[in-house]
Design a protein around this ligand. Structure first.
Ligand SMILES: Cc1cc2nc3c(=O)[nH]c(=O)nc-3n(C[C@H](O)[C@H](O)[C@H](O)COP(=O)(O)OP(=O)(O)OC[C@H]3O[C@@H](n4cnc5c(N)ncnc54)[C@H](O)[C@@H]3O)c2cc1C
Length: 472
């Protein structure tokens, strides 16, 4: 057994569907949002679970995310007076993404979403609240549920505590290096370097929860070359090996060209410039002070627009928007506190901060003012300015576009079991989150709706864990 795996009467002496002895019922590969949730659901179903993490600590991309999970028809929405339904959610996501290979997962997860969030909050003490101060990209009503501080680290903390209450501990420093197959079904995993004392952990089921391939240059070059210039801003562990293992077993791959980008990571501070600054009425300028397009395509779609134009850009808004966002989003408040948000009384002052012609900034602000006041489209075709015309003093943040995570991966059925090209399943092999085909279109960053990443991780995590825990 890998070092650190708790040895208990429950995780020894069991047998697989082939009649072999197993060390543990369910192995979960990766301790991010999807893996932690799968482990909780499997343990809840009565299974013994080994939750293996290759890095020194749990969390993955979930840790660095804002922890926002979309769900339609929750009691928290109803209490806030928000009318929503799974059908509306699926329509919203599909409108944003266009047609793609995983529409079945969109409809399925939209249907599961309310039960998922209520289960996390009420059964497992995960602190999630409905966000009412913005809707974010792709959603026609407020349906994102996030930790009060809007930090993925808090989501990971709560999921880890819930797993611990069910006697599941994360086992860090244990990279899974391959799958064990016997008689055509999963029989466990290989852990560590086989040449250096690596070992085998036998199980009835394996849940692949190791995210996508954002941190694998070869896979990025093969599947999503358009993101080559963008910095990868996700967690180090997303190196795509589980997708390759599943593919080697014949898994069908879906939406491999899709990804979540982000148009504006503060530079050099390295924190997200909240997109609420843009949604409320701000815009992005290239270093020469020109607009690059209509930002209402969303932060992910706009990342490619920025990447095509320039290495860096500036997010421009005003102090009303700054104070509104900082009052709701601690990470942005921190960016303000450490001086990442520059302020000036005039367009000329903002131009001096950017280092571009004053006339360019004045024209962009005037364009926004005219459109917001007349409720008409600006020069880029944008019509949405909820906080009206920008007013002095103005703000600007230097930023760069980034790749957050990949959205392509393997197909799964309604138990989150991996599906092969011929439609059959790989018995005992489950996949969740970034390992699976995403909800954001076939290719590009434009189809990403906020929360698609965690919905797939945590939503499929619950389903995979329950199925694997029930029957292996
Ligand atoms: C800055 C940022 C903000 C984001 N904000 C949001 C948001 O608010 N809402 C949203 O829905 N999405 C958001 N996303 C995307 C979201 O974080 C991911 O889609 C989601 O966290 C994926 O969850 P996961 O469980 O699949 O993977 P992860 O959380 O990345 O977990 C995978 C884990 O598996 C481990 N692992 C990898 N390979 C192995 C192996 N061979 N053996 C053992 N362990 C392994 C990794 O080290 C990692 O800990 C954001 C992403 C970023 C970068």
């Amino acid at each position: 057994m890998p070092h650190g795996t708790p040895e208990t009467p429950e995780n020894t002496g069991r047998t697989s569907a082939n009649g072999h002895a197993v060390d543990v019922d369910v192995v979960v590969v990766g301790a991010g949002g999807g893996g932690l949730t799968a482990a909780i659901a499997a343990a809840e179903a009565g299974a013994s679970v080994a939750l293996l993490e290759k890095l020194d600590r749990a969390g993955g991309n979930t840790f660095v995310s804002t922890g926002s999970i979309p769900a339609a028809g929750t009691r928290y929405q109803r209490e806030a007076g928000i009318d929503d339904s799974p059908e509306r959610m699926a329509e919203d996501l599909l409108r944003q993404s266009g047609g793609h290979d995983a529409e079945h997962l969109v409809r399925f997860l939209a249907k599961e979403s309310a039960g998922l969030v209520e289960w996390l909050v009420e059964q497992h003490g995960v602190d999630l609240r409905i966000i009412t101060d913005y809707k974010h990209v792709g959603h026609s009503v407020q349906r994102l549920h996030a930790p009060p501080d809007r930090r993925g680290a808090s989501l990971v903390r709560d999921l880890t505590a819930a797993a611990k209450r069910l006697d599941v501990e994360v086992v860090p420093g244990n990279p899974v290096t391959g799958l064990l197959i016997e008689g055509g079904r999963i029989a466990g995993v290989r852990v560590g370097d086989p040449g250096r004392g690596g070992e085998v952990l036998r199980s009835r089921a394996v849940v692949l929860a190791s995210n996508g391939f954002g941190n694998n240059k070869e896979m990025i070059a093969r599947w999503i070359p358009e993101t080559g210039a963008a910095r990868y801003f996700g967690a180090e562990g997303s190196t795509g090996e589980a997708i390759t293992w599943a593919r080697d077993l014949g898994a069908r791959l879906l939406n491999m060209g899709a990804y979540q980008g982000y148009a504006a990571v503060a530079y050099p501070h390295g924190s997200i410039v909240s997109w609420t600054t843009v949604e409320k009425g701000g815009f992005l300028l290239a270093p020469d002070g020109s607009r690059m397009g209509d930002e209402s395509v969303g932060y992910s779609g706009f990342a490619a627009v920025v990447s095509r134009t320039t290495d860096e850009s500036w997010v421009v808004f005003d102090t009303r928007i700054r104070d509104f966002v900082a009052g709701n989003e601690p990470e942005f408040a921190e960016l303000v506190r450490i001086g990442g948000v520059k302020e000036a009384d005039t367009p000329e002052g903002i131009a001096a901060v950017i280092g571009c012609p004053a006339q360019a900034v004045a024209a962009a602000i005037e364009d926004q003012r005219t459109a917001a006041t007349a409720r008409a489209a600006d020069s880029q075709g944008r019509t949405d300015f909820p906080m009206g015309a920008l007013t002095a003093p103005y703000c600007a943040v230097r930023s760069v576009p980034a790749l957050f995570h990949t959205q392509g991966g393997v197909d799964v059925d309604s138990d989150a079991q991996v599906v092969r090209e011929d439609g059959s399943v790989v018995p005992g092999l489950y996949a969740v989150g970034g390992v699976t085909g995403g909800l954001s279109g076939r290719s590009g960053g434009r189809g990403y709706s906020s929360g698609n990443g965690l919905l797939s991780a945590v939503g499929l995590g619950r389903i995979a864990g329950a199925a694997a825990g029930r029957r292996g």
